[in-house]
Design a protein. Structure first.
Length: 187
């Protein structure tokens, strides 16, 4: 059963990765780099600041920092436990996939997918009543994580598992946030 899932995962990866073209490689390299998302983050936190104020925004950022650290360390634990080779390092795939970027670390599961989904879930749960179209925030993890497949760095199962853990951790940290918030921001 596990072998069949891995086979399907590899086939889906090969298909999705094969949709790429050299014409768009630079765009996807920009998309996958967190530094280029800085204007998006600044705009997002400026909008949050305008809605909830400075102290609550700092409080929110503290929770996001804890969330990312927890999600990232859990991801690293899984990577070093399962030691799944990235597609770009898999000798059975290297000759016929598009490899745009190479990383030597392991593949399972995607930290990019987990971290972005965790933050998106956490922010959505907290701010859904304050912003009308906040659901669009989930486009960020979708585009960001697909870049990892496009570049040859992750299998779809790595991405989906990252999404699952990210959503789970985002929800759990939201519960802690909701429980502690009245203590620091009553009323």
């Amino acid at each position: 059963m596990l072998e069949k899932i891995q086979e399907l995962d590899t086939q889906l990866f090969v298909y999705l990765n094969g949709l790429g073209s050299e014409t768009y490689d630079k765009l996807w390299l920009i998309i996958t780099n967190q530094l280029y998302w800085t204007p998006f983050f600044l705009l997002l936190f400026f909008m949050i600041y305008k809605k909830i104020g400075g102290k609550q925004t700092l409080y929110l950022l503290l929770f996001i920092a804890v969330l990312i650290a927890f999600t990232d360390q859990t991801c690293n634990l899984f990577k070093h436990t399962f030691e799944r080779l990235r597609p770009c390092n898999n000798p059975e795939l290297k000759s016929f996939i598009r490899i745009v970027q190479v990383r030597s670390s392991y593949s399972f599961f995607s930290g990019h997918a987990a971290n972005t989904m965790a933050v998106a879930t956490f922010l959505f749960l907290i701010l859904k009543d304050k912003f009308k179209y906040l659901g669009f925030l989930f486009l960020w993890p979708l585009v960001f994580a697909y870049s990892r497949i496009y570049l040859g760095l992750h299998y779809p199962a790595d991405i989906l598992t990252g999404y699952f853990f990210g959503a789970l951790f985002g929800f759990l940290i939201f519960l802690v946030y909701r429980k502690l918030k009245p203590r620091y921001f009553p009323g």
